[in-house]
Design a protein around this ligand. Structure first.
Ligand code: NAD
Length: 708
């Protein structure tokens, strides 16, 4: 795992090569091997200096999450994270100079190895990423990162790396003082050697191990940093509502650890890490954000026997908001895109959308102008269906109207290649119904993107009743080609994400109609960790749209339609007051030209506030459990798998990752407790809180959605 070599000049080279893993990672075996190699170099009197290098494309990608996932208690946490921290401290204090020759990406524990070395030299390659992203998975850098980085570059400068997980390329890392030199890749090892021979001996002691060390920018007790902690702590709470323990634990490591000597600081770091590694919050984040999302991106469930489809040319029908975004995303991924609309001007306008997005990137220096041209040239606006010949996939994104979609389907199929797939981006119309008009319903699939397409990472692949497995497999290949995270969803009205998410605004409107104070509803939504409070969210989407969907459902279902509590609220907002939402400057909120939105005072007249108000926890529970319950129904009905339900909830509508997703929330509170709470809510508020039989059974048998 660590190749060990010495040369005639007394330079030892320790080269990372964890051959049994897809990348160099820190786990029990590689840490032990590295420790042995460090010891050997330090104890060998012939060795004057040491290079730490890698023979893989990356330097070291970070800690092995398989190791961290298995931690059950503090004891196991210390056993998992303690050894590498100790090795790095020994390396740092060995008296011999160590230089990190960083040939590729060094993240998390990988960068922490570098920080412990006496010098960091990195190859000049803008694709290399350097950073400590542990926080994004609910963890903290536990191999000295929270202690060394502030001592190197100051607390203020270190914060974005530690509490936001910022990653930077070599040039920015040099400017920030995280590395000492950026050199051409071919000279990396040579430069490391010459530094060791020329300057190594004088540089083998870290500043914080010398007498009179002055903490750059001051310790936490000095006025600047003290102020900083007030501001950062407050800002963090505003952002996370105190739901995410990792950034707080990191702040504690810095605040406490930077007032004491580094050895004590490292102990503090180990304890805070144990708190995180054993927490439900962190386990939830690792399970969903790393493992589940990784499986979805790898297309783990894709039928293997279907040959992988390589996409070169696709078509998008309808160059409106969704079509334009889709064409841009596909062109960005290197595909040629025929962009078709009813007239040439509309098609051109769709192409211009991508041009504008790229202009902004060019202006910021993030995109090379030549690249912009190449990408733009891949989009071919047209009105001519004959252009669909030669396209492997055609995605329909025209008006949400069955008749328009039917017409487009007929014309598209007449022009498409025999083996091409036709997909609909409908958000509400079941795929099975849309496929009825199709001459080859096995090759008809739903590809439900979210708006704005270029920002939203999720793609729901909708399986209609007659969609073939080969089509599903190739739709998944397309998701991968355009770098979206796919989940597979069986056809049903609203599919999965919109169906479960809708319960959040619906429950909010129901409470409003009951006389719950709107400010209480909004604050509870925010405190629950949702990205936007529910009434503000309806204003963004527009009450008009929801009202239209409600009327459509009423028309479709006729006498079967069951009046919903939110219907009255939507009708009042749309028909009585015309407060349609943000787009018209008024909805549940007023939107002044200047300043922040504020709740519309007139709401109290429409929906009088009751004398008796629920507690914020009761409101939060209703808002959050309603979503999880609908997700559980989708799973019980075989619409979506538990894994995809959780991934979809976090990526599709911003369900709090700390809960692991909509089903993760049920596992977190425990299925039995969840069912009990829903039974109570059903008694108090109606049958929409009734739990599906499968969930009740699961609770009775003590099972979970995801292995503990
Ligand atoms: P849009 O109104 O912005 O765009 C529709 C486009 O289709 C227009 O440019 C229109 O000229 C074109 N069009 C209409 N009839 C056509 C025809 N016969 N042939 C070719 N082009 C035609 O609508 P949108 O918001 O982009 O939505 C498109 C589809 O995507 C709808 O099915 C919608 O439900 C779905 N969708 C929308 C969102 C969203 O947030 N807007 C999200 C997911 C899915």
């Amino acid at each position: 795992m660590i190749d060990y070599k010495t040369d005639a000049d007394g330079i030892a080279t320790l080269t990372w090569n964890v051959a049994d893993r897809p990348m160099n990672v820190l786990n029990a075996a590689s840490i032990a091997a590295f420790d042995a190699a460090v010891r050997r170099a330090v104890e060998d009197p012939g060795v004057k200096g040491v290079i730490v290098a890698s023979s893989r494309p990356e330097f070291v990608a970070g800690g092995d999450l398989d190791l961290i996932r298995g931690i059950r208690n503090a004891q196991e946490s210390f056993e998992a994270s303690g050894p590498v921290s100790a090795t790095l401290r020994a390396l740092e204090r060995s008296g011999k100079p160590f230089v990190a020759a960083i040939n590729g990406t060094a993240l998390g524990g990988g960068l922490e190895i570098c920080l412990a070395c006496h010098r960091r030299i990195v190859a000049d390659d803008p694709k290399i990423q350097l950073g400590l992203p542990e926080v994004t998975l609910g963890l903290l850098p536990a191999a000295g990162g929270t202690q060394r980085l502030p001592r190197m570059i100051g607390i203020k400068n270190a914060l974005p790396y530690l509490i936001e997980g910022r990653k930077v390329a070599p040039a920015a890392a040099l400017a920030a003082g995280i590395v000492d030199e950026v050199v051409p890749a071919a000279q990396l090892l040579q430069r490391a050697r010459s530094w060791l021979l020329a300057e190594g001996a004088q540089a083998a002691v870290k500043p914080w191990d010398m007498k009179g060390f002055r903490f750059p920018g001051g310790t936490p007790q000095t006025p600047g940093p003290t102020q900083l902690f007030f501001g950062v702590g407050g800002g963090l709470l505003a952002k996370t509502q105190g739901l995410y323990p990792a950034p707080e634990a990191i702040l504690a490591c810095i605040y406490d650890g930077c007032q004491v000597d580094i050895d004590t600081g490292l102990k503090i770091e180990q304890r805070q890490f144990a708190r995180l590694a054993t927490s439900m919050a962190t386990k939830n984040m690792i399970r969903t954000l790393f493992y589940a999302m990784g499986e979805a991106n790898r297309l783990a469930d894709r039928p293997k026997e279907v040959p992988v489809r390589r996409y070169k040319r696709i078509a998008v029908l309808g160059a409106g908001m969704m079509g334009a975004g889709l064409a841009y995303v596909a062109a960005q991924a290197g595909l040629d895109v025929v962009l078709l609309d009813v007239d040439q001007a509309a098609a051109e306008k769709g192409k211009a959308y991508g041009a504008k997005l790229m202009d902004a990137q060019v202006a910021k220096g993030r995109l090379d102008p030549a690249r912009r041209e190449t990408r733009l040239a891949r989009v071919h606006p047209t009105t001519d269906y004959a252009q669909l010949a030669g396209c492997e996939l055609v995605i329909e994104a025209v008006f949400e109207d069955r008749a328009v979609k039917a017409e487009v389907t007929r014309r598209a199929e007449a022009a498409m290649d025999a083996d091409a797939i036709l997909a609909s981006n409908t958000s509400t119309l079941p795929i099975t119904g849309l496929a009825e008009i199709s001459l080859r319903p096995e090759q008809f699939v739903g590809l439900h993107f979210f708006s704005p397409v270029e920002k939203m990472p999720l793609l729901e692949v909708i399986r209609g009743a007659r969609t073939s497995e080969a089509t599903i497999a190739q739709a998944l290949d397309f998701a991968k080609a355009i770098r979206k995270t796919p989940i597979v969803v069986n056809d049903c009205p609203s599919f999965y994400a919109n169906r479960a998410f809708a319960m959040f605004p619906y429950e909010a409107m129901t409470m409003l109609a009951e006389g719950v104070n709107p400010a209480l509803i909004e604050n509870a939504g925010r405190l629950a960790g949702m990205p936007m409070p529910p009434l503000a969210l309806i204003d963004e989407v527009s009450a008009e749209l929801l009202h239209k969907a409600m009327k459509q459902a009423r028309a479709d279902q006729g006498a079967r339609y069951r009046e919903q509590p939110q219907d009255r609220v939507l009708a009042a907002m749309v028909e009585k007051t015309g407060r349609l939402g943000r787009k018209v400057g008024q909805g549940f909120y007023d939107y002044p030209a200047q300043g922040a939105r504020r709740l519309w005072p007139g709401l109290a007249e429409l929906f009088p506030v009751a004398d008796q108000q629920p507690t914020v926890d009761e409101v939060r529970e209703r808002l959050m459990y309603a979503q999880s319950l609908e997700a559980a129904r989708c799973v019980a009905e075989g619409i979506v798998s538990p894994r995809d339900a959780d991934v979809g909830s976090i990526l599709g509508w911003g369900f709090p990752a700390v809960l692991g997703g909509a089903l993760g929330q049920i596992d977190t509170v425990g299925a039995a407790a969840f069912v009990q709470a829903c039974d109570r809510l059903a008694r108090l508020h109606g049958p929409r809180f009734e739990v599906p039989e499968a969930l009740r059974r699961m609770a009775a048998e003590g099972r979970r959605y995801h292995a503990a």
